[in-house]
Design a protein around this ligand. Sequence first.
Ligand code: FUB
Length: 479
Amino acid sequence: MRKTILTIACGSMALSAMAADDITYPMTREMHNPLFIDFPSPMYGTDSIGRMYTADASAHVWNDGRLYVYASHDLEPPQGCDRMDRYHVFSTDDMVNWTDHGEILSSADVKRQSGWGIEGWMWAPDAAYNPANGKYYFYFPHVNEPLPWGGHDWRVGVAVSDHPASDFHTAGYVHGAPSLIDPCVFVDDDGQAYIYNGGGGQCAGGRLRSDDWTQLDGEMQPMQGLIDFHEGTWVHKYNGKYYLSHSDNHGSDGNQLRYAMSDSPLGPWEDKGVYVYATGCGTIHGSIVEYKGQWYALYHVNNPSGRDELRSVCIDPLEYNADGTIRPVHNWGTPSGTMPTLPTAGNSLTINAADYNNGGEHYAYHKNGGEAPEVATGKSGTYIANVNKGDWMRYSVAATADGSYDVTFRVIPRSADATFHLSANGTAVTGKIAFDGTLSDFAEITVANVKIGADVSYLDLRADNGTFDILSFTITPSK
Ligand code: FUB
């Protein structure tokens, strides 16, 4: 049996052995997806050090030639969104070595500097640079006060600095912006700055004053034409067209990133579909940026922690089609052998569970607790043992047409409550598959008429509950 424990190292010092006082910023490390996780971060309410969990990445390239990422900060141990109380900024000039510039703003700073806001509640931010005055603007959604009926009085706070990653000072908030989360600021080629915010199905946009990027020029208006908008607005421009990307309300395996296009920065918008499939994390929040001639998509996953309150930012190349539409971001890794095509009538395809994609925590497999899946060998062959709630394995496949398939899984349920499901491109294509009791050897269970679309690129086996071993699954066109 192979069992690999992933170690969390921080230079030569284990993170747990550090104290907050040991951290000196800026610090630079080589990073691969998921990003920033190996930077040390003070844990909530103590002096000890944990991992750096980040979400809601807003990426920008400023005129010093570096790519900057302004991110939300999830606190360990998991506190939930209400305890998010600070922001860090990260940057790179080679896409390999990333610098953590340290904390740039906290809810305590906001209260001290401008007298509003409560502790925590610092959600997805964005930043902008105004070449007319050389100032950097940091926009953040923050709760001014809880409302009596259980809602929140959200404001779009603004902090200003002469530097991209330090010395931000709160300048108040954008008066008149609706009480919504996730501000985004887009600066057009003519220098006009636009601001957006939104959540819970509402998205608004408007202009910032050309002489004061902390204030609105007129009122913000609802953005028209978006489909299934949830939150996380991001606006960018490519080849003269405007793109508004956002998370949706997709249920199984988490939210997805969708986008819409327009000839105007304030719409109306035409929805163009999904460009980042669900990753298993409840939320997703992205940005799109060009750096050194390559476009990138940023988003977050929960793979390193297995928890939606401890997220990690990822970055992957983004490609456009000739008509300006965006191809789904290829973040599902490379298959370990040849990539099988789904079978035609009269044929079947068996995929061994242990043949999950090569790659790593970003896209190929995930074992909750930071271990690699347990690959074991028995009389039936090589299988994956002790698959637990939150674990998943990914298999690249190709489909040539929309199809309906019967899928037979060979599984040993190790606990009576074991359930799992199959997903295609991040969408569940089966319900939760359950067993009657536990078993000592592999048993077959078949789910009939599983719909798999022609666009499918990968299948995920996702454990919903309990513990089971899995040997293989066979896909056969339904009769
Ligand atoms: O990070 C807190 C909230 O979760 C953000 O504001 C949303 O976009 C979602 O990612």
